[in-house]
Design a protein around this ligand. Structure first.
Ligand code: CDT
Length: 317
């Protein structure tokens, strides 16, 4: 069955530390207007889209970082996005830092229907980086300091998107590198994965050389494999460019259930890419090579949930 959706990935260029949310939100509203003119029904914005990638900045006291978080959605700062969604009849995905009323902090994404209803919320599970200041690193990556591990699992909901309905799910940045996360979505027949990222162009850990061109390759490899192996579409959307001297790569993509790239950003700035997605394409993989009910062997996968770290096999002889 043909179910068409015109999907837009709204890549953002850099947001500097000194820039307020109104700068980012103004740029995002302009992207939504362009998306509307070009016929998009859903717009996907990146991870932590409202501010600079603040986990690169160390604060001794967590409270000193509170100004990076949203206490509610919509908040006064994000209200113009909700108004634009209503005006243009477009649903949008937004990545943001969430502080709950009871003081917990999450790296969160929400999908908002044009009516303003938050239809789906996801809190990032795979938090990369470290908790304490690391003097060995060239740039800090303090997600484990600023966020708790997401407590919502990997939810999928059937939601109205554009003129149709789709099974939608989300991953956030580092999650895209973990096949387990994709498979939990695939087991719920996800059809569209919305995914934002902030990924440094260079490995900043200073623990060995990683060829620079492989950074983008690994990102695309993960998203294309995730889509193919779980028979779904994805919009993987960057915040890109140089934020206060620190470079994030771009290369946002929309991928189909065959793992093919349908559209790719070419700049390191605000840029809209679109693809016409036939959600019916998800059925082929789901009914054939990735018919999970026929072919999966969960009885052989115990280690996947039984242990986190790898262990070496015992020595023979
Ligand atoms: N934001 C985010 O998750 N970025 C990570 C960078 C890893 S380096 C600590 C990523 O996987 O792209």
């Amino acid at each position: 069955m043909t179910r068409r959706l015109t999907l837009a990935a709204a890549q953002l260029g850099p947001i500097q530390k000194a820039e307020g949310r109104e700068v980012a939100v103004g740029r995002m509203v302009r992207l939504m207007e362009t998306a509307h003119r070009r016929g998009a029904e859903v717009v996907v914005f990146p991870e932590l889209a409202l501010t600079t990638f603040f986990p690169r900045w160390y604060e001794e006291e967590l409270a000193a970082a509170d100004h990076w978080y949203e206490a509610a959605l919509p908040s006064p700062a994000t209200a113009p996005l909700f108004a634009a969604a209503r005006r243009y009849g477009i649903g949008f995905h937004l990545g943001y830092a969430e502080k709950t009323p009871d003081g917990r902090r999450f790296n969160t994404a929400a999908y908002v229907h044009p009516s303003g209803e938050v239809v789906l919320k996801y809190r990032k599970v795979h938090l990369p980086g470290h908790q304490e200041f690391d003097p060995q690193r060239r740039v800090q990556h303090l997600e484990k300091r600023y966020f708790a591990v997401g407590d919502l699992g990997f939810p999928v909901v059937r939601a109205p998107v554009g003129g149709t309905e789709a099974n939608i799910g989300m991953l956030i940045c580092n999650d895209r590198r973990w096949p387990e996360a994709w498979r939990v979505l695939g087991l719920q027949q996800v059809e569209l994965v919305m995914l934002g990222y902030n990924t440094p162009s260079l490995n900043m850990e200073n623990r060995g050389f990683e060829a620079h061109h492989l950074r983008v390759f690994h990102s695309h490899l993960s998203v294309q494999a995730g889509c193919y192996q779980n028979a779904c579409f994805a919009a993987a959307v960057a915040k890109a460019g140089t934020e206060d001297g620190h470079e994030l790569f771009s290369h946002s993509i929309i991928v189909n259930p065959q793992g093919e790239i349908m559209a790719q950003a070419t700049s390191w700035a605000d840029e809209l890419i679109l693809a016409d997605c036939d959600l019916g394409m998800c059925e082929l993989g789901r009914r054939t090579i990735f018919d999970f009910a026929r072919h999966r062997r969960p009885e052989a996968y115990g280690r996947i949930t039984g242990q986190a770290g790898s262990t070496a096999p015992p020595r023979q002889g």
